[in-house]
Design a binder for this molecule. Structure first.
Ligand code: GDD
Ligand code: MG
Length: 358
């Protein structure tokens, strides 16, 4: 089976992290975002993965070479010379997606969920129409594509991207399955799957909605990345996953939903949780308090620092008695001097902060 992942551009909304790594390689719960997706696709029997990118993908090629070998799959980089939007990349990858008559998956690269690809494929094959969209419910649908189905049916009647007026609260989760015939509807030019392709397929009654069970989040910006982290950790708790740190063995875990890489060093007097991820090689000093935050590889949180709702980038240091909160994001190798208050700041890689940031 085949899949195309819409990797896209520079991930500007996830800066400063994406100044160091392309968005798909930024870790989400200690694993590159794209690996969560590729591993789930492989489990569902996918052997050909196309990554649709619109920048030079050298760093990704090197990392994903290993993934190819590990899973025995083919990963192809389909590189656009100009951004082709969310549909144009399908036309560019026509040779692979249309090489046989089996259906293929398409994914936005910035969504997290349990990726129930096998059930989704079975649903798609059972209805026999041209396309399927995974849908989920959100309280505030205006930032998404809204799906309206015919009463009592999974057939999509209308698809409205980023509606200005309320249309409904079932939204496009950014995961699709199509028969190769859809390629005949898409020209090789910048074009939007949401604005051009979905309305046309829906008008022919060829598009169905599949209700995703469980959590879902678009993690393409820091606030949502943190919310998505909480949802994913809660899911791991609910499924008793061994990926979580066992509170009965580690007295510094407070309130659960804590994932600490085994190579991280945690002082026993720190208090960590709920909803915290700590990456490989990180050091957490005495008396540190962490809640609802992500500490990436080799970061150093010094004595009595207090961090909430923030992302501490790779190799960064937060000084003693610092208070960091309110969706602060530190890039790679940032240094925050002792006793500072950092509130809602975004700090570029390799910077040193020596005065209060608010
Ligand atoms: N290759 C390529 N080329 N990929 C692109 C391009 C492009 O020119 N433009 C965007 N993408 C990729 C992005 O990297 C992302 O993975 C995906 O296409 C969707 O683009 P976003 O910019 O993240 O769109 P959005 O979040 O505002 O809306 C989309 O996702 C929502 C779910 O999170 C839409 O599909 C909505 O309908 C949907 O509800
Ligand atoms: Mg998005």
């Amino acid at each position: 089976m085949k899949a195309l992942i819409l990797v896209g551009g520079f991930g500007t909304r996830l800066r400063p992290l994406t100044l160091t790594l392309p968005k798909p390689l930024v870790e989400f719960c200690n694993k590159a975002m794209i690996l969560h997706q590729i591993e789930s696709l492989v489990k569902a029997g996918v052997t050909d993965v196309v990554l649709a990118v619109n920048y030079r993908p050298e760093v990704m090629v090197a990392v994903l070479k290993e993934t190819e070998e590990q899973y025995g799959i083919n990963i192809t980089f389909s590189v656009e010379t100009e951004p082709l939007g969310t549909a144009g990349p399908l036309a560019l990858a026509r040779d692979i997606l249309g090489k046989d008559d089996t259906p293929f998956f398409v994914l936005n690269s910035d969504v997290t969920c349990t990726y129930p690809f096998e059930q989704f494929r079975d649903f798609h094959i059972a209805h026999g129409c041209e396309g399927s969209i995974m849908v989920t419910k959100v309280a505030e649908p205006s930032a998404y594509g809204v799906v309206v189905t015919k009463p009592g049916s999974s057939i999509i009647d209308r698809f409205v991207e980023k509606p200005v007026e309320f249309v409904g609260n079932r939204i496009n989760a950014g995961i699709y399955m199509f028969n190769p015939s859809v390629l005949d509807r898409i020209e090789l030019r910048p074009t939007s799957i949401e604005k051009e392709v979905f309305p046309a397929v829906a008008a022919d009654h060829q598009l169905h909605a599949y209700d995703l069970q469980g959590f879902w989040m678009d993690v393409g910006q820091p606030k949502d990345y943190l919310s998505g982290t909480c949802l994913y950790l809660s899911h791991l708790t609910a499924t008793r996953s061994p990926l979580l740190t066992d509170p009965s063995q580690n007295k510094w875990v407070y309130g659960g939903n804590v994932m600490v890489d085994p190579t991280a060093e945690i002082d026993p007097t720190a208090l960590i949780g709920p909803n915290v991820v700590i990456g490989p090689g990180a050091k957490i000093g005495p008396g540190v308090r962490l809640q609802r935050c992500v500490v990436m590889n080799n970061a150093n949180i010094r004595d009595h620092a207090w961090i909430m709702s923030s992302i501490i980038g790779w190799n960064s240091t937060v000084g003693r008695w610092c208070r960091v909160e309110n969706i602060t994001v530190l890039g790679d190798d940032v240094s925050i001097k002792d006793e500072l208050y950092v509130n809602g700041a975004s700090v570029l890689p390799h910077k040193s902060v020596s005065a209060r940031l608010q």
